[in-house]
Design a protein around this ligand. Structure first.
Ligand code: ATP
Ligand code: LTN
Length: 332
């Protein structure tokens, strides 16, 4: 057994392209962690059917998501990269954990409250309600020590910890209690049109999709909302738009925010937007897109990698589920 700490994370195949927030807030960490941790990464397609969906689109997006994770730098030889629905243990453990979750406890999840409010109760599926329980199953099946996610996932991680502790107390100690791994500076990339909101694929106008045409990416940066002041200074309260651009530049280039503040002290907002756009295009989007195109050309190879990942994942997930069933008293 490896002595490295175990990491698990997941990303949904719910768009035609990942956005720069996914990349800086999640994928970049995934890549870095591969050298120091025993890493498991999943394309969580079961999570992607809580609302209406088109099967053809989901199929294509799942392949694209798998290719994009590799294009971002996740190496399927170093990490276990797999598609969630190919490992049935996820759905099996989710049922068990659902029976350990209070109705009130699940009702308090803010993501569910926000999303169900938007759709109305009759159009909200039970799957959306139990979504965080499936997420807990994803994590606990692999006995993960750490879970790299954005700030928005903190509450789901708390629920996962509570469920692990509860199961361990009610039955036999079975699960590792995981810790969230949230990198502060990249935890929340903001919408370019509304820098008080998180950048999200559901708000496409202010969202930078990595597979978009370069002209579109540049246009989005050039029309980023800033403020009526002229000073380029990092101040998330008073200058959220400018600070967001500085964060993006800093995260992509590796330069300190203070270095950037002095570099831009005699420059204008237009220069800042131009730099952010150029950097994202040249250092991230362009190489990313060309790698994705290359991977998508060879579907047989992509399928082979998916099967390999699912086999590796099943070994660990199967072992945990067997222990869970035994500890629950199921007859084997
Ligand atoms: P979106 O808001 O675009 O729909 P999501 O959070 O609903 O994305 P995923 O696509 O599964 O769902 O997100 C994958 C990862 O990217 C998660 O760890 C999430 O926290 C992170 N992430 C998404 N948007 C941002 C952002 N704006 N800043 C930082 N991290 C983000
Ligand atoms: N809910 C997460 C996606 C997700 C996940 C996971 C993240 C599903 N299962 C397990 C970490 C670990 C999201 O919306 N970003």
């Amino acid at each position: 057994m490896s002595s490295k700490k175990r990491v698990l994370s997941g990303i949904q195949p719910t768009a035609d392209s990942f956005q720069i927030g996914n990349y800086l807030g999640a994928l970049k960490q995934w890549v870095q962690l591969q050298d120091t941790h025993d890493t498991f990464y999943s394309i969580v397609d079961l999570h992607a059917i809580t609302g209406e969906h088109d099967p053809k689109v989901l199929h294509q997006r799942t392949l694209l998501a798998f290719a994009q994770v590799i294009a971002a730098g996740v190496d399927p030889e170093k990490s276990t990269l797999f598609v969630q629905s190919q490992v049935p243990e996820h759905a099996q453990l989710a049922w068990v954990l659902g029976c350990q979750t209070g109705f009130g406890e699940a009702s308090r999840m803010t993501q569910f409250k926000d999303k169900s409010k938007k759709g109305g109760m009759d159009r909200t599926s039970v799957g959306l309600f139990t979504y965080p329980i499936l997420q807990a199953a994803d994590i606990l099946l692999y006995q993960a020590d750490q879970v790299p996610v954005g700030e928005d996932q903190r509450q789901h991680l708390e629920l996962t910890r509570d469920l692990a502790i509860r199961f361990n107390n009610n039955f036999t100690k079975t699960f590792t209690v995981p810790e969230p791994y949230i990198v502060k500076e990249s935890a929340k990339i903001l919408d370019l049109q509304d820098p008080t909101a998180k950048m999200s694929k559901s708000l496409p106008a202010g969202c930078v999709f990595l597979l978009d045409d370069e002209q579109i990416i540049m246009k989005k940066f050039k029309s980023a909302v800033t403020d009526s002041d002229r000073e380029i200074k990092f101040d998330t309260e008073l200058k959220p738009g400018v600070s967001n651009l500085l964060s993006i530049i800093s995260l992509v280039s590796g330069a300190d925010i203070s270095e950037l503040e002095s570099e831009f002290s005699s420059k204008g907002y237009g220069d800042l937007k131009q730099r952010a756009g150029e950097l994202v295009i040249e250092s991230v989007a362009r190489p990313f897109k060309s790698k994705v195109d290359e991977l998508m050309k060879d579907k047989a190879q992509l399928n082979k990698l998916m099967n390999q990942g699912a086999q590796k994942a099943k070994q660990v997930a199967g072992e945990t589920l067997r222990t869970v069933y035994q500890n629950l008293g199921f007859v084997s």
